[in-house]
Design a protein around this ligand. Structure first.
Ligand code: RUQ
Ligand code: CUA
Length: 639
């Protein structure tokens, strides 16, 4: 192995496996007469040697002691800000984690499908009702956070994320970094892929993974051939399902073309099997390319069936809408159980990873509707390594694909893959070991038309021995890799443990987000209660309404007396205008926990069914007199 290129890297990661790095000496000895700069330029043509030498060691060079330019300083000193926001899904923790890059510090968590007590999410009336209306489940499985775009670039407005567990799509308001809407998607059991119609995010797509009877009301239980999965198109403003398309086989991940025409979804289990053996029998499954305008025309023309109040268009292979020259869904055969699909920043290609096949398939987007045999739309099939899952881009014509089984990230040249023979390894430029078994990877702004091309995170499923042992449930390992220097190659600069389990992420430059520092009361539905405006009123025989405020170091009322059996509607405003000064309303034994950021108003409704004295306290350490910030809820017994 080569020496670490930057001593601070080694110190920071604590890794005993230095980053693979290139050296002029190592290069020249393998490729006499070719300077490494030329190699990189012609990497596609001669990269085949990488296969011979064992890709990662070609660039590492076993006995080289040369140096290359190191990754730019990625330390972020205390008090300094990071350059990028990274939004990582929390998987079956149900949330989104916000990291700063390149420090990889976790800055915030945004609860989405989970209840979360630190932020009081799922405890106040509004968020509780939202979660109840969205099915009332206590958890979800977030995979694919995608940020809204305008004109092919992040606009800082919203993030959207799927629930693979329950067939839902959530929206996160990036002004407040909070979940503001959840769509419960009918006919879809498990929404996997999530992404948008670009360039202006005017439709959100949820990709249905599990095939079920349509509708799933007890019919066709023992007839798996009749099970189906659907693609759902959701209006990003109303968060209502606009239409769905039913398809053959199942679906997995998805991505939209950059210029609106197509949505792509990978599918495994074209066999329609119900167990592993049946699902992996076929050598080919497919990528479905949905023709969005044709689908909308079919909806317009009334060519749909209404199932569970949703307009469902028939996109199965034998649908009348798929006969003739203008099919609504193209089924493009891809080997074997493909997983990830993503569209290149220039909108030329959709690249699908083989998962059980060591190749990726490069689909020429312009050819899809031109060719007679859909297989002919596949114009490249580079041999990448074992278990290719997901692909990201640097905007310089390179693709980066995770190899789950090989525990590597492979960098390859997209145009070279189009020019090379199918199954050729020559488009491969370089591989780097990651620790261990990467699922997704994401490069900075890779989902936009103009990726930043400097940082990449490999989201590794296993960390094994990389951190202090914490028992049998190990953390995962997100590894930061610098990809900004094609000459030096990929440089691994940091390990960052992650609580289970990040899947996908979106990375956005900080200049494109403008989060609020305090709430704007006009953005909230509940009326603001200023100091001096507090009221406590019995509005019915068994109903009390309390409107009050909170500030350092007291609440609007020092005591609140109600009768046993009363329904209490308590609305509280945090009247602080100072940034970062949070209060909360915590009531023991009533399970009440309402968070209040500055200028925020929330409401909680509960039944006072236990007589006694209950101290209302503030759970955020807000000042030296925080412990004295109290009120009493007095519940008088029924006589
Ligand atoms: S997908 S790891 Cu996780 Cu939703 Cu490929
Ligand atoms: Cu308010 Cu502690």
């Amino acid at each position: 192995m080569s020496q670490p290129t930057n001593p601070s890297i080694d110190a920071e990661t604590g890794t005993d496996e230095p980053t693979d790095s290139a050296s002029d000496e190592g290069f020249d000895s393998l490729l006499p007469g070719i300077r490494r700069r030329e190699f990189m330029k012609t990497g596609a043509a001669v990269g085949g040697l990488a296969g011979l030498a064992g890709c990662s060691s070609l660039l590492g060079g076993d006995d080289d002691d040369g140096t290359v330019s190191a990754a730019p300083d990625h330390s972020v000193p205390p008090g300094d800000h990071d350059e990028y926001y990274a939004f990582l899904s929390g998987g079956h923790a149900g949330d989104i984690r916000v990291y700063g890059l390149p420090s990889m510090r976790e800055i915030m968590r945004i609860p989405v499908f989970n209840r979360e007590s630190a932020r009081g999410y799922g405890y106040d009336d509004e968020s509780r009702e939202m979660l109840e209306e969205a099915g009332g489940y206590t958890w979800g499985d977030t995979h694919h956070p995608r940020l809204s775009q305008t004109d092919g670039d992040y606009d800082g407005r919203f993030a959207y994320v799927n629930d693979k567990a329950n067939g839902r799509m959530a929206r996160i308001d990036l002004k407040y970094f909070e979940t503001d809407a959840i769509c419960n998607i009918p006919n879809q059991q498990g929404t996997h892929g999530a992404c948008a119609r670009l360039p202006d995010t005017d439709l959100i797509f949820g990709v249905g993974e599990f095939r079920v009877p349509m509708p799933n009301d007890g019919r066709d239980l023992h007839d798996p051939d009749a099970y189906e999965s659907v693609l759902a198109a959701i209006d990003p403003d109303s968060m209502n399902v606009e239409w769905q398309v039913r398809v053959d086989g199942n679906m997995d991940n998805g991505d939209g073309s950059k210029q609106g025409r197509y949505f792509f979804a990978t599918g495994y289990n074209s066999e329609g099997g119900v167990n592993e053996q049946e699902m992996t029998r076929a050598d080919r499954d497919d990528v479905k390319a949905f023709e969005l305008d044709r689908i909308e025309a079919a909806v317009e023309a009334g060519d749909y069936e209404e199932i569970n109040n949703v307009l469902v268009v028939d996109g199965r292979k034998d649908s009348p809408l798929n006969q003739g020259d203008d099919p609504i869904v193209h089924y493009i055969p891809i080997p074997k159980s493909p997983h990830g699909v993503s569209v290149t920043p220039d909108n030329e290609y959709a690249i699908a990873s083989g998962k059980l096949d060591p190749t990726a398939s490069v689909i020429d987007i312009d050819l899809i509707d031109e060719v007679d045999d859909p297989t002919d739309a596949v114009v490249g099939r580079p041999q990448l390594g074992l278990g290719p899952l997901h692909t990201a881009y640097d905007g310089r014509g390179h693709a980066y694909t995770t190899l789950f089984i090989d525990s590597q990230v492979v960098k390859w040249d997209i145009e070279a893959a189009v020019e090379a023979e199918p199954e050729s390894e020559s488009p491969v430029i370089e591989k780097i070991d990651v620790h261990y078994n990467p699922g997704h990877l994401i490069a900075a702004e890779s989902y936009t038309e103009d990726p930043a091309g400097d940082w990449l995170i490999s989201l590794n499923k296993l960390s094994k021995d990389r951190f202090l042992p914490v028992g049998p449930h190990h953390p995962e390992n997100d590894q930061l890799i610098y990809i900004g220097d094609d000459e030096a190659g990929m440089q691994h600069v940091k390990d960052s443990p992650a609580y289970a389990e990040p899947h996908d992420a979106s990375i956005c430059h900080r200049s494109k987000l403008d989060p609020a520092d305090v709430y704007d009361p006009d953005d909230l539905d509940l009326e603001y209660t200023a100091s001096g405006e507090e009221t406590m009123e019995r509005v019915a025989d068994d109903r009390v309404e309390i409107d009050m405020y909170s500030t350092r170091n007291h609440y609007g009322f020092e005591e609140m007396t109600v009768q046993e059996g009363d329904t209490v509607e308590m609305k509280v405003t945090n009247v602080e205008t100072t940034s970062d000064l949070l209060h909360s309303v915590a009531i023991p034994e009533y399970d009440i926990n309402v968070k209040l950021a500055p200028q925020e108003t929330r409401k909680v409704t509960f039944t006072a069914d236990k007589p006694g004295v209950y101290w209302v306290y503030c759970a955020f350490f807000c000042s030296a007199l925080h412990l004295e910030m109290r009120s009493r809820l007095i519940v008088e017994p029924e006589d």
